[in-house]
Design a protein. Sequence first.
Lengths: 127, 642
Amino acid sequence: MAVQVLIVDDALFMRSTIKDILQEDGRFAVVGEAEDGLQAVEQYKELRPDLVTMDIVMPNLDGIEATQRIVDFDKEATVVMCSALGQEALVMESIAVGAKDFIVKPFSSEKVIEVLEGVLDQQGQDG
Amino acid sequence: MVKMEKYMQLFLDEGRDHLESMMATLAKLEDDLSNRQHVDELFRNAHSIKGMASSMGYEPIQQLSHRIEDAFGIIRAGDAQVEQGFLHLVYEGVDLLSTMFDEIDAGGSITIAPETLIGQLREFAAAIGDTEEEAGEDHGDKEKEPREAPPMDATKEEPSDTQVTDGRLFDVEVLIASEAKLPAARGLLIHKKLEACGQIEESIPTLAEIKDRDFSDKLSMKVRSVLSKEQLLKQLDNIAEIESISIVPQDALAKQEEADSAATIRVKTGSLDTFLNLVSEQILTYNRLHEYLQDFSERSTLKALKRLKFLIDEMHEQLMRIRLLPFTYISNRLARTVRETARSCGKKVFLDISGEGVRVDRLILEQLVDPLNHILRNSIDHGIEDPAERQEQNKPEEGLIRITIRRRGESVQIVIRDDGSGMDVEKIRRRAIDLGFTSPEEAEKLTEEEVLMLVTVPGFSTAEKISAISGRGVGMDVVRTNIESLGGHLDLKSGLGKGTRIELNIPLSVAIANVFLARIAGDVFAVPVRSVERNVEMTSSDLSFSNGVPFFSYQGSQIEVRDVYQLLTGEKRSDGPNPFHVLVYNDGGRSVGFQIDEVLSRKDIVIKKLGHPLEQLLSFSGATILGDGVIALILDLENLSH
């Protein structure tokens, strides 16, 4: 069964890139897309995806806050941060609030899949 | 506190490994009561099980294993002697532990309350020395927080203050991949992961430094955890961008473990299978390549091909060896069955196994355990006489069962022989007539071997009453089916006063088979050579008919001929070739001839399982891909003969 993913990023470009990487791999199904932290939390509650890719800097509610709320809502939530170089401190903050892992832009499909696989394996152990 | 449910599978696997090891060591200890190494090993195994059980919150397992650990600990530390009586208790304990693991595995909770045994073990320990009572443990405290006393080892350098020290200390070193873009964030993830596994007593760089991004690529930590090294490794294994992980336990127990595990790694059987499949594909691809390049007379090409074949074969052989386990792997279970059955029957039996070094595919080995156990139980229950009777017959009081394992080409031959009373051939013959399995006239014609094989027919049992030991409804018929489902074959030889000899012949592995390629109406099928007794070429004039059924004369009898085309399609064939071929199949009882067009060749092929839903087709036992890419289904003559 395909892994259900919620993609959160305010840029359509970024959402498309990740979406393409995931769909090309074949094991993932993108079940939702959110443009900011508020939508992210809403959609998470509605869709309960297996995985969330979360941009950090977004309008209305940033990725760190959104991650916090999602993890508070569901402590098993698997959120993977999407960050740019130079945002290390923010990534670390995200980890502190419950993000399970992170990927760095610009994305390479191999790296993205590697991280997601690792996170899913971990999920498999925890679940 | 760590959530422990996630470690269930690892708990079950490792726990059982430890129990397995204990069984083996107990057997050795029995033969060598003063062996300190065995005592050590048993102590460690019990200790490990106790630790895991306490983390998982399984009190009965924790308590029982603690008692065993305790007793061995005292023996280890002083000069108390190991006695048979004590070993008997430990055997019982290991059995109970095993059952408890089974109960947990079955999804339930533990129903066994081994109070008596725990009491006995405690008494034993008290008798030989001072036992170490652990706070709260033996009073049924439902403490979820793991409380583990430091292992009893005089050379340990633990802080002697009484702070709650849960678990063992590990030196963990993680090297982050050089291309990691945010190494400090990686480091933080790892730190966090390990924090969830126990207590971090030291960290270089420190958490604050990591958060400050004062981090290059290496993280060194001292972690105290109740988890095992493997469990810790598993926690870190999935994190990306890690170059290397080193986890070194820091106590005396650890040194031993390191030494033991140094030369081995744990690999999922599934991964091995994948690997094997890949190599099998390589062989097929090589064959295809070889066929294409046949016409090249260029020496260097052919030489390179030859080298390639050699390398692939080597790889395949090595891989097969990994799946191959020596027979020793199951010897302990067999020995245990003999011991228990002998005890229950009040008989004395000595089990001698030779040829244990022969290696067999692990799957086959596992599946041999049940039939072998049954054969052994039968032998002791019905074959071996009780000591008094044996003495009267001038036989040694102790009955002898000898298992010999020998490799014969592509098969392994296992012979089980006992010096018991043997089977009464005439009694069996009479019973077969009584049961209506055969008519008196036919029964007379049966050879001794054939009569003996009658005991493998379902519903047959010459025991006056169903004995509690071996007559539990699992008869020799099931044993035979088990062996045959492995592609093997069973032979019985016995006589009154001569003991019984059972011979099993099993193919070493099931991946490759030697087959005839048979053509039927333009399609190619594979027929395992071991199913075929003879390939006979004939014409239609060689057939005689009885009630419309074709027969032909073979080795003095009339053998029924079945047209495979008709069997598979349901239609009678009008344009079949003449002459044609008949493959004679013999299932150990009767012979049947299968009509095909012709035999094309004989070769080794790789068996591929059909998978769902095709596996439900009984006529085929698998498929193979031929050198030219054509798929040939493998005919299951046994099923087709019914």
